[in-house]
Design a protein around this ligand. Structure first.
Ligand SMILES: [Zn+2]
Ligand SMILES: [Zn+2]
Length: 326
C-alpha cells in the first residue's frame, strides 16, 4: 500500500510504500477511492494537536471494503463505505453510556490516533464505518464525512433560529448552508476580508447576505457557527447575535480568544463548542444530505500531491473542499 505520512509535526508529508495491512478482529480493510482534506488534518500535520507518533492523516474516507476481519457482520467485500473522524470509543465510560460517545474518555480518531485515508488503503473499526449506498460519486461524497457530519452537529447545536451566521465559508459551511436553506433558514456568510470569491460562492448557494467577518450583518442573527480557526471571531460573532442568541465554535483548534466586554455575552447569549461526532449524527446526516439535495464543490488532487492540497487549504486557494484521489 501507499500512504502519505506525517512523520513529525510541521514537516511535509512523505510518500511511503508499506506492507499491506490486514484487518484484525472487528475491523475492515478499505481500498480508498477518495479522501477529503479537512482543516483538522492541517492541525494534525502542523502539530497544533499533540501527538507522539507518525500518522497517516485523513478522516473523510470513501472506499470499498476489500478485506474483512473476524467477527464483523453487516459488511460485504466490494461494498462502498465511509470512514469518519470518530474511529473508536470505549463503550463503557460515563459519556459513552449517556449517548455522548463524541466525548468518550478513551477514543481513537481516524487520521490522528489511528492511521487515516491519505493512503491507498486503510484499516478501520467496522463499528464506526458507514454504508454509503450507490448514489453520488466517491470524491463528491468524501467531504460529507467530516465537513458534513461536524457541520450537521454544529447546526443542530445552533438551535432552531431562522437567521444563521456562518463564519469561514469553506468545506463545512458550504454544506451547512445548503442544509440550512433546505430547512427554511436564512444564511449570512462571513469570510476573510477581501475574499470576494468565497462571498460570491456563498451567494450562489443561497446565502441571503455575504460579507467579511469585520462587518455587522444587516440585521441581528439568531445564531452563528464559527468554522474558521480564529478566536478573534468569537467576540465578533457574539456581537452579531441577538438576545438569547447562540454562538457555536465548530473547530477542533482555534487561536486564543481575545478578551471582550461582558456586555457581548449578557442577555443570555451562549457560547459553546462542538467536539467530534456520534455515530447517530452520521446516520442522521447521511440520510438528510440527499433529501436536502446537498452537492459539494471539490478540487481533486492526486494522493502524492497531499502537501499541495494542505498548502492550498491553508492559503484559502480554492472554494469548497479538497479531495485526494489515490
Ligand atoms: Zn475533519
Ligand atoms: Zn467512552
Amino acid at each position: 500500500m501507499r500512504a502519505m505520512v506525517s512523520r513529525r509535526p510541521s514537516e511535509p508529508l512523505i510518500l511511503e510504500e508499506r506492507p499491506d495491512l490486514q484487518p484484525g478482529p472487528g475491523e475492515v480493510r478499505v481500498r480508498v477511492s477518495a479522501c477529503g482534506v479537512c482543516r483538522t488534518d492541517l492541525h494534525v500535520v502542523d502539530g497544533d494537536l499533540a501527538r507522539d507518533r507518525a500518522v497517516v492523516p485523513g478522516h473523510e474516507i470513501v472506499g470499498v471494503v476489500d478485506a474483512i476481519g473476524a467477527g464483523v457482520a453487516g459488511f460485504t467485500p466490494g461494498q462502498r463505505v465511509g470512514v469518519p473522524w470518530l474511529g473508536h470509543t470505549c463503550g463503557h465510560c460515563a459519556y459513552c453510556r449517556s449517548g455522548r460517545e463524541n466525548l468518550c474518555d478513551a477514543p481513537l480518531f481516524t487520521g490522528y490516533t489511528r492511521d487515516g485515508g491519505f493512503a491507498s488503503h486503510v484499516v478501520a473499526d467496522a463499528a464506526y464505518c458507514f454504508a454509503l449506498g450507490e448514489a453520488g460519486d466517491d470524491a463528491h461524497l468524501a467531504p460529507l464525512l467530516c465537513a458534513g457530519l461536524i457541520g450537521w452537529r454544529a447546526l443542530r447545536m445552533a438551535g432552531e433560529g431562522r437567521d444563521l451566521g456562518l463564519y469561514g465559508f469553506g468545506a463545512a459551511a458550504h454544506i451547512v448552508a445548503q442544509v440550512a436553506r433546505w430547512q427554511g433558514r436564512r444564511v449570512f456568510a462571513f469570510t476573510r476580508v477581501g475574499d470576494e470569491a468565497a462571498q460570491a460562492f456563498a451567494r450562489s448557494l443561497g446565502a441571503a447576505w455575504a460579507g467579511d467577518s469585520t462587518m455587522a450583518p444587516p440585521e441581528p442573527l439568531d445564531a452563528a457557527i464559527i468554522f474558521a480557526p480564529s478566536g478573534a471571531l468569537v467576540p465578533l460573532a457574539l456581537r452579531a447575535v441577538k438576545k438569547g442568541g447562540r454562538v457555536v465554535c465548530g473547530g477542533i483548534h482555534m487561536s486564543d480568544i481575545p478578551s471582550f466586554p461582558y456586555l457581548l455575552l449578557w442577555e443570555e447569549r451562549q457560547l459553546i463548542s462542538v467536539a467530534n461526532l456520534t455515530r447517530r449524527d452520521a446516520v442522521e446526516f447521511l440520510a438528510v444530505a440527499p433529501r436536502a439535495g446537498v452537492t459539494t464543490e471539490i478540487t481533486r488532487y492526486p494522493l502524492d500531491q497531499a502537501n499541495a492540497a494542505l498548502d492550498d487549504l491553508r492559503a484559502g486557494r480554492f472554494t469548497g473542499a479538497a479531495v485526494l484521489v489515490p
